[in-house]
Ligand binder design. Structure first.
Ligand code: PLP
Length: 390
């Protein structure tokens, strides 16, 4: 079954095939390239879980995983809206769905992308956090009267999130008030949006954010029609106990009720939580030196989040196609294929103590922020994607 040709590392069969799981993939393909598994049924089911528990419109944050099969799976699940940040993301979603609603939720856009989004792709929803951006939107949509404008509010720093977004995006409440008043004059629909920070480990972040927003809405003195609660919903990585989608959305529902904001039109922009568990990454051990495993993928490839900056503790398991591992597990560190010693992942990753050169590792929960962040540094960017059913 090994179809590796001398001039390529690719080993995919010509006919798309759905494998059972990662073990099945390794047995059939013995992949030399980093290989993603994608479980589109699980992604559809997760999207349904989110939509069934949310009393508003869910818009997938496309940056998380822009694989066309992911976008298609979400459309199949009935997702009607997508959060996009660039023209290529807009074109991607449009190439898959002619009817999906596109929300351009990057607060700082080029004039060209605003104009193209509005006139060529029917985008009507834009976010902003500064008066100059409001002017830019009005100018580049030629004073359109059908704009849905969302003012992004900066939240206090969230220490419970893996990446806090408030140092880069959002207007402070005092600045948001005049901005809402100015946007009201040109908006058909006016909204407020926020992001609690990605992979927030505390569902109360949503309640705190809604209480802040309540004050801004009260103090601005103009009618606000909609609230977009952003993303940030966490997934469990190794050894992490995080609130479920249902927990987070219950907190949102309760906070909206107490803040008397439950009559607002509601939007969410989930990213990570919809797709992380629907993907895994199969890598190969190219060499072992003690507890350091040299993999065929690293932080410049699909494992940026496992690097020193975020240290995401991906769950891992060893795969050996023709023999068994010993039962004992040991802690390992990973390094990638590039000629760069920053390409280190300290883990520790618990794997069979006898793992060795030529074994594979399935790195789980890599359906979010992995493929999207790959670079071709040192010529190691290539990867394959296969489909699995379990
Ligand atoms: C990245 C991003 C999201 C998705 O965040 P997750 O933490 O992956 O859910 C949603 N909205 C905006 C504006 C973003 O930048």
């Amino acid at each position: 079954m090994n179809t590796v040709l001398p001039f390529t590392l690719r080993s995919l069969p010509q006919i798309p095939h759905v494998f059972d799981n990662a073990d099945d993939v390794v047995r059939a393909l013995r992949p030399a390239l980093p290989t993603y598994t994608l479980n589109t049924t699980l992604i559809e089911d997760t999207a349904n879980r989110f939509m069934n528990n949310f009393d508003g419109k869910a818009a997938f944050a496309v940056k998380t995983n822009p694989h066309p099969s992911v976008i298609q799976a979400l459309c199949n699940a009935g997702m009607k809206a997508f959060d996009v940040a660039s023209l290529p993301e807009i074109e991607l979603v449009r190439s898959i769905s002619k009817t999906a609603e596109l929300l351009f939720m990057h607060t700082i856009k080029s004039p060209e992308s605003i104009s193209c989004a509005y006139f060529d792709y029917d985008v009507r929803t834009f976010s902003l956090d500064h008066e100059d951006e409001l002017e830019k939107i009005v100018e580049n949509t030629k004073g359109a009267d059908d704009l849905n404008l969302f003012v992004r509010i900066a939240l206090p720093k969230n220490d419970q999130a893996s990446i806090d977004f408030s140092s880069k995006f959002g207007a402070l409440p005092a600045d948001a008030i005049p901005l809402l008043q100015a946007a009201r004059k040109v908006a058909k629909k006016l909204g407020v949006c926020f992001h609690v920070g990605t992979q927030t480990s505390d569902a109360a972040s949503y309640g705190n954010a809604i209480n802040q927003i309540k004050n801004v809405i009260r103090d601005c003195g103009v009618e606000v029609d909609a609230l977009d609660i952003g993303g940030g919903f966490p997934v469990p990585y190794e050894g992490e106990d995080v609130p479920s989608i249902e927990n987070c959305l219950n907190v949102v529902r309760t906070a909206l009720y107490h803040a008397e904001l439950d009559d607002l039109e509601l939007i969410a922009e989930p990213g990570r939580c919809l797709v992380a568990q629907g993907g895994s990454l199969i890598v190969r051990v190219e060499l072992r030196k003690g507890d350091l495993l040299y993999l065929n993928d690293g932080t410049y490839g699909g494992l940026f989040d496992a690097g020193a900056m975020l240290r995401t503790a991906y769950p891992v398991r060893g795969i050996r196609d023709n023999a068994k591992f010993e039962d004992a597990l040991s802690p390992f560190r990973f390094t990638g294929p590039t000629c760069d010693s920053l390409d280190m992942m300290d883990g520790p990753f618990m794997l069979p103590a006898d793992i060795k050169t030529g074994d594979w590792i399935e790195i789980k929960n890599t359906g979010a922020y992995s493929h999207a962040l790959r670079t071709n540094f040192n010529g190691f960017g290539e990867s394959d994607t296969v489909y699995v059913s379990r």
